[in-house]
Write a protein that binds this ligand. Structure first.
Ligand SMILES: [Zn+2]
Length: 289
């Protein structure tokens, strides 16, 4: 099986993107795996610090590994938005395939220092174990929470988008494998509509840095914007809020329609299927299917 790095390079050369979807439970993992397998596409499972604490660090690794090995399938695990060296190290030590160091709210020099420390640790583990661990970092604030919002998060504007110069300096200073820039994207879904993305900025940052780019806050984004940004150098797209909403709504409907059902595997089914439908639709879009 190819490594995650090879799948990312492959997506880059073909002008498509790998889907990254977060889990809080086993239902979400089944939904992601089934959707990806139906389309025969590699896929990345993410857990934020909160999701990781809920699922369990070692348990998240074991669960994803069980799908990978049982089905001989390219499914990878990423530590999504980890905020400290200790949390990044814990994920790497447990067996995650990739980590995201999120120090974007710190002053730039501190972001660089923390990211560099995480990259150095990942390289050390790779040298010792042969596991290829990818490290991603962020510059340019895009908001924090994957939920439904009344307005664009404070501190995010066109003026705070990542510049190609800053991106290049950051990648050169840290040696990071992938970069998540701010290109008009935000975490979460804004009720009145998410802002438009800037594909020309993606192109300039990709060219300046030479590393694969990751689009966070994909939920609520227009299809046309996805397609144009993927064409210009986005190789991974994160979707979280959309599948959270799908699960919640599916579960709500199921409980309302079957108030006497007490078997979790029955009343959770509808939430799982709703997530799977969203994931399949997004994967088709990211891969021109
Ligand atoms: Zn994110």
């Amino acid at each position: 099986m190819k490594t995650l790095r090879e799948y990312v390079q492959d997506a880059d050369s073909r002008g498509v993107a790998i889907g990254h979807f977060n889990i809080s439970n086993l239902e979400a993992l089944w939904a992601i795996f089934t959707a990806a397998k139906n389309l025969n596409l590699p896929v990345i499972v993410g857990v934020s610090e909160g999701e990781e604490d809920f699922v369990g660090t070692e348990q998240a690794v074991a669960l994803v590994k069980s799908f990978r090995e049982t089905y001989n399938y390219p499914i990878f695990l990423n530590a999504d938005h980890h905020y400290s060296f200790e949390r990044v190290k814990k994920a790497i030590d447990a067996g995650f395939d990739a980590v995201i160091v999120d120090a974007v709210t710190l002053p730039l020099e501190e972001n660089i220092a923390l990211t560099k420390k995480c990259v150095e640790y990942a390289r050390k583990v790779t040298a010792k174990t042969g596991r290829d661990i990818m490290v991603e970092a962020e510059i340019g604030f895009i908001g924090k929470s994957s939920k439904v919002l009344d307005e664009i998060p404070e501190g995010v504007s066109e003026a705070t988008m990542t510049t190609p110069e800053d991106a290049k300096a950051f990648v050169d200073a840290t040696g990071v494998d992938m970069l998540a820039p701010s290109i008009g994207n935000i975490h979460g879904i804004v009720r009145s509509g998410n802002p438009r993305l800037h594909p020309e900025r993606v192109k300039a940052i990709r060219k300046a840095t030479g590393v694969p780019l990751v689009l966070h806050g994909g939920s609520g984004t227009m299809s046309e914007d996805f397609i144009n940004c993927i064409k210009e150098g986005i190789d991974i797209v994160h979707i979280n809020t959309e599948i959270r909403v799908a699960f919640r709504d599916g579960l709500k409907k199921s409980l309302q329609n079957n108030p006497d059902e007490v078997a979790p595997y029955k009343f959770l089914q509808e939430g799982k299927c709703a997530m799977q439908a969203v994931i399949e639709a997004r994967l088709k879009l990211f891969n021109n299917l």
